[in-house]
Design a binder for this molecule. Structure first.
Ligand code: BMA
Length: 821
């Protein structure tokens, strides 16, 4: 077995002009051109518009390698390509080796006869995916529509490429191409272990059976042995191979394994499974857990509860889009950064959304290690799709490959057919007029290909036909009906309803709902000034400047942000404050929804807000901006997602304080309720010992009506201190922010050490709302931010990004709501 990685430098050619550049594979063409300063950074200014030509061109990448006799002494040499974007023809020494047209497939071409001793060239011709989409569209017998976006490339639904590359309502249109995963030559002299698959089943006596399927390619018939190891267990089985592909089955029984748990419920032990033959070996990490999705009908309709190892899990998390619009900019560190941000914010589930990509191994490995459950969509979104034989066949290969690749990850919790494609059946005039035809096409693809393959290959996980969906064979409206399945609740953002309307529904599981905000001023500065290369023009620092509008892809986005601001807040006096308040109102919207829905467990058993991150600098629904910096929402999510939480629920005129406990044991402690006047006065209403039941939302206290007078003068403050010393708090505002009689605070900041500084203490003379700490340049990460300070309370804030210097501490910008008007 010889393995030759083809990573590293390749020649990149623009075929129409013959211009030559270089590209370090894995990479994409746009990133390579940017690295060589052929184009400007597409994320800055409006550069994106100037480089649309790249996607309409054809590109060639070529590498020369030297091969020796030893490598070539084999009757089976393959060229293996993990991810290629997308339509491409491959040549070895100018002879065709293969053709690719699906970014979500792994390709393996037999190139044994195309190689020779000495110098060899491997060439990949990358066609224009954009042009191919147009060509395919021209041959369609009837229109197959897709959702349109402000900057976009048309007919993306006809090419199996990450759908959001063509533009989205938060994403740029960058129709790049390239080779992203591993690309290598593999020469098998004797045998090669191609794949190891497992099927884990819990047996009655708490032992587990591991059904193994091992795929081995052998150059000739032979007999030897195969060793299988897991922890202290080692089994040697006879191995009788025929020439070509072999599929070996074996079952291991293991006892006393430690169970894998989602974040917040326990540890994530992973076991290494080792399979070795005489000439090859493969390792894989597995985790033991059972997972079910309970959709039993109940008095409210049909619920949706993930049950892991017998424990019903309240799913807390967000939607994951692609990490970057340019695949060449993915790094392991960025995956780690984003996924640990999820853990810090007490999340236990992410939905890998269908308009992006099946994620990389790095992503799923981290989810396994961190305990993040993955709701896995198949990559179809907001579109109608063809049901022609070539398309169905390509999808069939894709689904087979992706399920086999991913199904051994304990993190994967469910397979879902697509994003919003049931809704798409009624979004376009053509499909409204002839819904039957499009519904049949939908069903062929979704149930006939994807669902059928899931059921055959992975009986251990739930098949969920679409998101949102009311359940199998139910095509009803899950944007407005909260009684069944998973819901996408967009009435607040897209339909302009007030935040209060989040409390008019109790979804069984809300897999999408969101509110937009602007990214931080420091990121916007980079975008507007093209990383400081352009003079600052104050006219650009205005929400309606053309550059700000370019970095907003939802038609009415900025209008909604601003009109909501004047609905609830005083209009902030400056651009900087508008940015800050946009983040606060977004966080407030999500807090309103999530606390209410969590307080209604078990009727609601999951909330995944839209969306975790951005793939370029943009105004969007994300809680983490491009580059990884937390917006207010991510900090506030850390609190509203904590496993033990208290919240205020207003029912008619009374206010109920509920304790939310996701843990599997009850907790006792002291609940204190106060009225805190904005001018600084604190009045205790009551204190009582309470018990918050396990896995519940428990009513702890009922406050009588507040009455109508002086509501603008105070907030309600509840704190809970458990007998173990765990402390949580929450605040309730009887009026909108703009009606509050907030006083101008004096905030005292004490730095805990001289230099460097790892923590600081803050206090305020009167109530200070949404106190934020930021640095104009450095990305700082804090233990808490956008918090409220009430008098006689000192907050200790730690620099989780590591200590900062005394000089940097001087530059910190501390903001609170009162100063914005
Ligand atoms: C949804 C998603 C995305 C979209 C978002 C915001 O429903 O599935 O397609 O970006 O809403 O409009």
């Amino acid at each position: 077995m010889y393995h030759l990685s083809l990573h590293g430098n390749w020649i990149l050619k623009r075929t129409s002009t013959g211009d030559l550049y270089s590209i370090a594979i894995p990479n994409d063409v746009i990133s390579a051109l940017y690295e060589q300063q052929v184009i400007e950074d597409p994320y800055l200014g409006k550069n994106e518009l100037d480089i649309q030509w790249v996607g309409t061109e054809e590109w060639e990448i070529e590498k020369t390698i030297s091969l020796n006799e030893q490598f070539l002494d084999s009757n089976h040499i393959t060229l293996d390509i993990e991810t290629i974007d997308t339509v491409a023809r491959i040549y070895c020494n100018e002879r065709e080796a293969g053709y690719c047209d699906n970014m979500f497939l792994r390709y393996s071409f037999d190139v044994t006869k195309l190689l020779h001793v000495g110098r060899n060239t491997i060439k990949i011709h990358l066609y224009s995916n954009e042009k191919i989409a147009y060509e395919r569209n021209a041959t369609l017998p009837y229109p197959i529509e897709h959702m349109r976006y402000p900057v976009q490339s048309m007919h993306r639904n006809l090419v199996r490429k990450a759908q959001c590359h063509s533009g989205w309502d938060w994403g740029p249109c960058l129709m790049t191409s390239g080779v992203y995963g591993e690309i290598s030559l593999n020469s098998t002299k004797v045998e090669r272990i191609v794949e190891v698959q497992t099927l884990l089943q819990k047996l009655k006596d708490d032992s587990w059976s591991i059904g193994l399927t091992i795929l081995i390619y052998s150059s000739y018939a032979s007999s030897s042995s195969l060793s299988i190891e897991l922890g202290y267990i080692k089994e040697i089985i006879p191995l009788i191979l025929k020439k070509g592909n072999n599929s070996i089955h074996h079952t291991l029984i293991v006892k006393n394994v430690d169970l894998w748990w989602p974040n917040g419920y326990g540890e994530q032990p992973l076991y290494t499974l080792k399979v070795s033959s005489v000439n090859d070996k493969k390792e894989k990490k597995i985790g033991f857990r059972t997972i079910e999705v309970d959709t039993t009908p109940d008095i409210y309709g049909i619920g949706m509860t993930f049950i892991v190892n017998g424990i019903p899990i309240f799913a807390k998390g967000a939607n994951w889009i692609v990490m970057d619009a340019l695949p060449g900019r993915y790094t392991t560190e960025r995956y780690e950064d984003l996924l640990t941000s999820c853990i810090k914010a007490n999340m236990n589930m992410l939905r890998v959304w269908g308009g992006g990509q099946y994620e990389t191994e790095t992503f799923y490995n981290l989810c396994d290690q961190l305990g993040i459950l993955v709701w896995q969509d198949f990559m179809f979104a907001c579109s109608l799709y063809p049901a022609t034989p070539w398309f169905l066949n390509s999808v069939k290969q894709e689904v087979l490959y992706q399920i086999m690749r991913l199904k051994d990850h304990p993190s994967i919790a469910l397979w879902c057919g697509n994003n919003e494609d049931i809704g798409a059946l009624t979004w376009f005039e053509s499909s409204r007029k002839n819904r039957d035809r499009y519904l049949i096409d939908y069903d062929h693809l979704n149930e006939g290909i994807i669902g059928k393959t899931v059921k055959e290959l992975d009986p251990t996980r739930k098949w969920w036909s679409s998101s949102p969906s009311a359940g199998e064979s139910d095509y009803s409206d899950c944007w407005h009906d909260d009684s069944k399945g998973d819901m996408h609740y967009w009435s607040v953002w897209h339909e302009g309803k007030p935040f209060e309307s989040y409390k008019e529904i109790i979804p069984r599981f809300c897999s999408e709902f969101g509110f937009q905000s602007f990214p931080s001023l420091s990121l916007l500065k980079d975008v507007i000034t093209c990383n400081g290369t352009k003079e600052i023009d104050s006219a650009d620092f205005n929400i309606s400047s053309s550059i700000m509008e370019h970095h907003q892809r939802n038609d009415r986005g900025n209008t909604i942000i601003l009109s909501t601001m004047i609905r609830y807040f005083h209009l902030p006096s400056t651009f900087d404050y508008q940015i800050y308040v946009s983040q606060i109102q977004q966080a407030f919207a999500m807090k309103t929804a999530i606390e209410y829905w969590r307080s209604n467990r078990p009727r609601c058993m999951g909330t995944l807000y839209w969306q975790l991150q951005d793939n370029w600098p943009v105004a969007s629904w994300s809680s983490i901006e491009y580059g990884g910096k937390w917006k207010a929402l991510q900090y506030i999510a850390k609190k509203f997602y904590q496993p033990l939480h208290i919240t205020f629920v207003k029912e008619q005129e009374v206010i109920i304080i509920k304790g939310i406990n996701d843990r599997i044991s009850p907790i006792e402690g002291l609940l204190t309720i106060e009225r805190v006047y904005y001018n600084g006065k604190r009045i205790r209403i009551d204190s009582s010992n309470v018990t918050i039941d396990k896995e519940s939302a428990t009513k702890l206290y009922i406050l009588p009506s507040l009455g109508d007078s002086n509501r603008e003068d105070y907030l309600l403050y509840a704190s809970f201190k458990s007998t173990d010393g765990e402390e949580i708090e929450n605040h309730f505002f009887p009026t909108y922010f703009k009606a509050m009689n907030l006083q101008k605070p004096t905030i005292t900041v004490k730095l805990d050490e001289e230099d460097p500084i790892s923590s600081m203490r803050l206090s305020s003379d009167v109530v200070s709302l949404y106190v934020s700490i930021d640095h104009p340049k450095k990305r700082i990460q804090l233990s808490d931010n956008f918090f409220h300070l009430i008098p006689y309370q000192e907050k200790i804030i730690e620099f989780e990004c590591g200590p900062i210097s005394a000089q940097e501490a001087k530059e910190l910008i501390i903001t609170n709501l009162r100063e914005t008007y």
